[in-house]
Ligand binder design. Structure first.
Ligand code: BG6
Length: 537
């Protein structure tokens, strides 16, 4: 149990009660359902202050504070908890509390006035510019005061929710102001870094050096990829390594190919400045899709523990071999033209506010990957991701090889497809297995049918937001669901290889798929060259 010093006597009693309640709850939970509860139940977060840099931005209102509030509501935060918003805007603490309340009302779940009031008491605002040493001196004072009043014990979780240009200033000034403890003893300091983590390999390496050389150690850096916080993404490991039946066939001997789709119906959502530079490959492939590939393809880790899991993930990335030539043969790029989605007309990418009218940024990308190791040699992985596709859907589909010999005559099996195991990440979270069955009747005829598992039905509740899990883990100091330095750099090495290849090709000359369709013809050709096709979703 965390040791804290609290000066206010009313809070001492409250804290003691809460700790007893936590202890009871954890005992009960640890007998409940370990996989669902996250496998590491005995730990509750220690007292701490979270400082969000860039607290007036959208992420804080939309994701971070609703997630923290929800943790408070479920009594998963330490009772000695506080949140400081740090930003340039001329807000008072009252303004900050009001704005965050409206964010929780809009984006949170189960808003309860009593819980909100006690949560809001721990919210403070520290106004200042990221490059102003005085702002950090003030922050230091505020943190001391909070420690004394709320018993937060000197533990700090800094959350960089700013644009990456400010990361250097923030880390330098925090270090200079003595607000970072690199040591193993004493109160802890951790830092959560939002994406984009660099723009290419060189900038990601620079950023890693910046964080790690003077200020922090790797075990203090929490690089966020919100896909890892999704229940269904974590479930990939649970399904693979919590069951006997899948693993023996999870390899090139049985798997024909794997398709990973991350389709979005939204456009750039007012983020043209960022997206014009990033494109689909940096926005989705370098991070989210590479994480999905790693989890599906990795070997069993030696333990369900941060470094063991990340060692195996990084090995997958290192085993991916990209051809040196003909990048146009194994990748496809697209950009959306005007079209319609769900009956509503939508403009072309080039017509979006802030986008260059002759922009060559890709809003769609498809890639064929080979993983050259014992498990996967010969089984291609096809990846596709795009904006303004007909619907939002993320899934991993594992298509198995055909049987070696079919007993039934041709006419009996016209409706029979290859077996497919689909892990549906979102929406309609679940898993389905497609296999052949006999159609009822006097003749032997086979048709493919589905066996479905649906999260909502099996567990009776919708999965929690990814940020809840990730913020909780950061407070617990558990890095399993955060990306390590070598992982991020290896993913960038792959992406650099592709973007360097693209530089040798003519740039995208114009829109090549209508909004509301499944991407450009080039993507169909890419998979078609292997006599396969994209799944129809
Ligand atoms: C973000 C990208 O990382 O992920 C966005 O920057 C994208 O462009 C988003 O829309 C998708 O996340 P989710 O959770 O909606 O699949």
């Amino acid at each position: 149990m965390p040791r804290v010093k609290i000066q206010n006597p009313a809070r001492v009693a409250e804290y003691a009660n809460d700790q007893q309640w936590y202890a009871r709850r954890m005992t009960v939970q640890s007998h409940a359902n370990p996989l669902r509860e996250g496998l590491r139940l005995e730990r509750t977060p220690e007292p701490c202050v979270i400082v969000i840099f860039g607290a007036t931005g959208d992420l804080t209102r939309r994701k971070l504070v609703p997630a923290l509030y929800s943790l408070a509501h479920q009594r998963q935060l330490s009772p000695a908890f506080a949140l400081v918003g740090f930003a340039r805007r001329d807000w008072s603490t009252e303004d900050f509390r009001r704005e965050m309340r409206s964010g929780v009302d809009q984006f949170g779940r189960d808003v309860h006035a009593g819980v909100w009031e006690s949560f809001a008491e721990g919210l403070e605002f520290n106004r200042g510019a990221f490059d102003d040493p005085e702002a950090y001196r003030q922050l230091g004072e505020l943190l001391k005061k909070i420690d004394a009043e709320r018993g937060t014990a000197g533990n700090r979780l800094y959350y960089l929710a700013t644009s990456p240009e400010s990361y250097a200033d923030i880390t330098r000034h925090l270090t200079d102001a003595g607000l970072i403890n690199r040591n193993d003893h004493g109160p802890w300091t951790r830092m959560v870094v939002e994406k984009p983590f660099g723009h290419d390999l060189a900038s990601a390496q620079r950023l890693n050096r910046l964080l790690l050389t003077h200020s922090l150690r790797e075990r203090q850096v929490f690089r966020i990829d919100h896909y890892l916080g999704k229940e269904t993404v974590q479930n990939i490991l649970a399904v693979r390594f919590g069951n006997l039946i899948f693993e023996p066939i999870w390899n090139a001997q049985y798997v024909d190919h794997v398709q990973i789709t991350v389709a979005e119906s939204v456009g750039v959502e007012g983020r043209a400045g960022y997206y014009e530079e990033a494109g689909a490959i940096r926005d989705m492939v370098q991070n989210h899709m590479m994480q999905l590939v790693s989890l599906v393809a990795m070997e069993p880790p030696t333990a369900f523990e941060a470094d063991a899991v990340r060692d195996e993930k990084v090995k997958v990335l290192r085993s991916i071999r990209l051809p040196d030539k003909d990048v146009g043969q194994w990748t496809a790029r697209g950009q959306y033209a005007p079209g319609s989605i769900g009956g509503a007309a939508v403009p072309a990418y080039r017509q979006e506010r802030g986008v260059d009218v002759v922009s060559a940024t890709e809003t769609y990308v498809a890639i064929k990957l080979s993983i050259e190791n014992w498990r996967w040699a010969g089984t291609p992985f096809y990846l596709r991701s795009g904006k303004r596709l007909p619907k939002r859907i993320t899934e991993i589909a594992i298509t198995f090889k055909r049987v070696p010999h079919l007993l039934f005559d041709r006419s009996a099996v016209t409706g029979l497809e290859q077996n497919v195991l689909t892990l549906r990440i979102q929406p309609d979270e679940g898993i389905s297995l497609r296999f052949g069955a006999k159609v009822p009747g006097p003749t032997v005829r086979l048709r493919s049918v589905n066996m479905d598992f649906l999260y909502g039905i099996a567990f009776g509740s919708e999965p929690a937001d990814a940020y809840e899990r990730l913020l909780l883990d950061a407070m617990l100091g558990d890095q399993t669901l955060f990306t390590r330095r070598d992982e991020v750099e290896q993913a960038w090495t792959l992406v650099n290889h592709i973007t360097d290849g693209w530089k040798k090709l003519p740039p995208i000359s114009g829109p090549n798929y209508a909004a509301g369709t499944w991407g450009p013809e080039e993507a169909d050709d890419l998979i078609g060259r292997d006599q396969r096709q994209w799944r129809r979703l």
